[in-house]
Design a protein around this ligand. Sequence first.
Ligand code: PEP
Ligand code: MG
Length: 978
Amino acid sequence: MPKYVYFFGGGKADGNESMKNLLGGKGANLAEMAGHPDLKLPVPPGFTITTEVCTYYYDNKRTYPKELKAQVDTALTKVERLMGKKFGDARNPLLVSVRSGARRSMPGMMDTVLNIGLNDTTIEGLIAKTNNPRFAYDAYRRLIMMYADVVMEKAEGLEPHGGRGIRKTLDEHMDSIKKQKGYENDTDLTADDLREIVSDFKRIVKEVLGRPFPEDPRDQLWGGIGAVFMSWNGKRAVEYRRIEKIPDEWGTAVNVQSMVFGNMGEDSATGVAFTRNPGNGENQFYGEYLTNAQGEDVVAGTRTPAPINDYSRNEQSKHLPTLQERMPKIYKQLFDIQKRLEKHYKDMQDIEFTIENDVLYMLQCRVGKRNGVAAVRMATEMFRERLIDVETALMRVGPNQLVELLLPMIDPNDELVQSPIAKGLPAGPGGAKGRAVFTSEAAVEWASRGEQVILVREETSPEDVDGMHKSQAILTSKGGMTSHAALVARGWGKCCVVGCSDIEVGPNSLTTKSGVVINEGDWITLNGTRGLVYQGELSLVDVDLEHNESYKDLMKLCDRLRVLKIRTNADTPKDTQKALQFGAEGIGLFRTEHMFYGEGSEKPLFLLRKMIMSRTADERKAVLNELSLFVKKDMKATMEVLNGLPITVRLLDPPLHEFVPHSEDKIEAMAEELHIDIADVKKRGDSLKENNPMLGHRGVRLGVTYPEISEMQIRAILEAAGELIKEGKKAFPEIMIPVTCAVNELGHQRRIVDKVYKEVCQRLGLRKIPFLYGTMIEIPRATLTANKMAEVAEFFSFGTNDLTQMGFGFSRDDIGSFLPDYLTAKVLPADPFQTIDLEGIGELIKIGIERGRSTRPGLKVGICGEHGGDADSVKFCHRIAMNYVSCSPFRVPIARLAAAQAVAEERVAQKNAVKKTAKKPVKAKAVSKVAPRKAAAKVVPKKAAAKTAPKKASKKAAPKKAPKAAPKKSTKKSTKKR
Ligand code: PEP
Ligand code: MG
C-alpha cells in the first residue's frame, strides 16, 4: 500500500532528514529532530502528509488518494496516545496545527492554521484542563480568524469582501472592542471579552462568507489540509516560485502536529533563534522570545521581543529580561539542543521553540538564511572548527554573496524602513547615493564642485561616459542588462539600475509612475543588487576586505582547490593593480583602443584620427610612428605593474569609423592639421561608414587592409616588453588578433610579427623577447576550423560576447528589445550574454578546444568575454579544461570561488560515485562520468559535461570589465558592443 503519511514523535519517526523531496523541508527536519538517535528532541508529536498527495490532489480534481483517510486516522490515534488527549474530545481535547512545508523553504508564501480541534464543546474541556479560560478563548478566536481567512476565503478563491479580507474585518472588530473598553494591548482583553469576541467572530464570518465556521473538528482538519494544498497554487506562492525557480510540480507536504502553547501564562513563551548570528556570522547563539505568546505574535511585531541572552540585546530590547535570566534551566536546555543541532546538521540552524508551562518544545529547525558577510565567516570558521570539509565550506558561499563583500551597500536597517519609488533591472550591484543629474555635462559640473551625483538618463551613449565616470551610479529608464550603461557601469564596479520603466526621464527631472518628482540636485539612493530606487539619502556601509580575515581565509581555500587560472580584463595600471589585489594572475584582455577614450586621450585620439584621414600609406606611416610612442608608453606602464605575469594585448578591434571626428570644431581642427578643407574631412569620414559595422571592417580585417596599423601596435608591444627586460624587469606579452575566422588571417599577421620581432630584438640588442602569438575565437567559423587556426595560434581566447552574438545571430546592442519577452515566455532560460548558453555556444567552444588541441596539444585556452566573470560559466570553463578565465577586476574573487567550487563539485560527485560503487558494483562507464578534469580527455566528453552542467543558469548580472570610456563621437551602436 502506498505510504502517504509519516509519523514522528516520542523518540521515533518514520522519516528522516534525507526525505525532503517527499516530506518537505519542515517535515523531514521534524522527523530528524524527533527520531534520530543522536537527537530525540522534545518535538510535539505529529505526522506529515507527503508531497505526492499534493501532486495527486492537483492531478485528480482536488481529491485525495483513497488510502489517505485511514492513514491520517491511524497517525492521529498515535498522536493522541502520546499526548494523552483525544481529538474532538469534550473533556480532554487534542488540538493540532496544520502547516505547509515545501522541499525548499518558501517563507510566508503558504498558509497555516493553528488550534484546530476547538469548538463550543471542546473549549470547555480545554478550560477545565488548563484552568485558564482566557487562554482557551484567545486560542479559539485565533482559530476562527485563521480558519476563516485561510480555509474559507483564500482556499475557496473568494474575492475579499469590499476589498478587505475577512481577517482584516475581524481584526478591525477586535480593535473596536479594545477601543470601546479603553484597552491598549490584546493582553488587556479578559476571558469574558474574548468569549464575546468569539461569538461576534462567528456571526461576522457567517454574514460575510455566507457559511458558518465548522464546529466539527474533523471538518476543520480536512479543511486545513485542503487549504494548505491550495495555497501551493496561491498567487504569492506561484510568484515566489517563479522568482526562485522552484518547479511547480514539486508540491508541498502538510504537517499536522499537536499544539503546544506559549500563551499559557508567564511560565510559557515562544521564540526564534539561530545557532550563529545570521547578520555577521559570529559563532554566538542569537535569538528572541516573547512570554505568554504564540508564534504569530513574534512575527506580527506588535510586541517587542526580548533577547534570549545578553549577546542578542539590541537598542529596542536592551532593557528587557533575557530568557537566560528568566528561565535559566530552560535556556540551558535550549542552548545544549542548539549546539547538538548545529553539530548534527553541520550548518547554522534557524530554530523555533515554544515553552509551555516550563516545558521546552522544538517546533522547527532548518538551515538558516544569512547574508554574504555571514556566509563567508561561517563557512571558513566551520571549516577551521573541523565541522565541515573544504568542499562543503566552498559550496556554502554563493558567488554572488561575495559581491556583498566587495561593494558598499545600503545599510540594511535603513532599507528596512524605506519603500522604493521605482524598480528596474539590477545591472551593477552594490548601493550608491547622490544628487540626481540628467545630463553628462551636469554630472561633470556637479562633481567638479565636490558633489556626489547619480546620472539619470533614458539610456546612455558613449558621449555620456565622462558624466558616467564622475557619477556614483547610473540609472536609466530604458535598456537591458547588456545595454551600454550596464556594461560600462559593471566594468567599473559601479552601481547601476537600467530598464527602470517605472520612471519617466525629462530634461531636468524624473517622474515616477506614482507621481514622485525628483529634480536636479535632489538626493536619490540606488540598490543596484536588487534594482531599487529610493528617494532621499540612505546610509551606505563599506566592507573592509583588507581586514576581513574570513574573506582572506576563503580565498586561500579557493586557491588551494582551483585548477583554473584567473586573469583580468584591464587596460590601465590602476585597474591592473586593483585586479592583482583581488588575486588576478595576469591580464587576459588588454583592449588597445582604451587609450583613445576618456581622460588623457586627446593627443593619441587626434593622432589616430589623423592616421584614419591620411590619404597615402606614407602619410599614414608617419602618423603611426608618432602614435606608436603613446601606445608603447601605455602598455609599458601596465606591463611594469604585472611584473612578468602574462598580458594578452589585443590589437585594435573597433571599425575605424568609430574614431572619425563628428563635431564641427574637431573636424575643423583636423582639416587645418591635414591642410585640406572641411568638406574633404567629412567626405573621408563618410566613406568609412558601414551598414553593419559589427560585421564590417574591424579587428584583423583592419590589419589586413592596413598592415601598418598592426605593425605599429606589434612594435609598441614588443618594444615595451624589450625595454622592460633591458631595465632588468620582467614582461610577458601575448599578442592577440581579434575577429579572426580563417587561418590565413593569422598567417598574414604572423608575418608582420616575425618581421617586427627581428627588428626590435636587433634595435634593443636582445637575443630574445618572450611572447606568445594567438587569437580571439569569436566567430563560429573560427571554432569549426580551430584545428587550422591552431597551426599558427599558440593560444585561443574565446570572445564569448561576439561568439554569442554571431552564434545566436542576436545583436548584442539590440537584445534589450526582445530578450525580456524571450525570458518571460521561457523561450530561453537565461540571458546568453550573461551566462554561457551550454547547448549552443558551449558546444561551439568545446568543438573549438577539441579541434585546436588536436593540432596543438599544449594550446593555451582562455575566455575573455563577459562570461569570464559569471560563476556558472566559469564552472563550465573548468569542466571543458580551459586554462584560465579573464574577467573585470571586481569579478576576480567571484571567479576564484567559482573555479574552486567547480573542483569541489567534481570531488563530491566522485565521493558519491565511490559510495555507490561500495554499495553495488558499478560499470566503468558510470565512473568516467565524474572523472576529474585532469583524468578526463582534454575536452570533457559530451555526456559527462551534460551530466554536471548546471540545470539553470544564474540570472544575476555579473559585473565585468567594460571599456573605461568610449570615443566621444563614435556611433553608439558599434561602441556599445565593448
Ligand atoms: C568578446 O567579443 O567576447 C570580447 C571580449 O571582445 P569585445 O567585447 O571587445 O568585442
Ligand atoms: Mg569581441
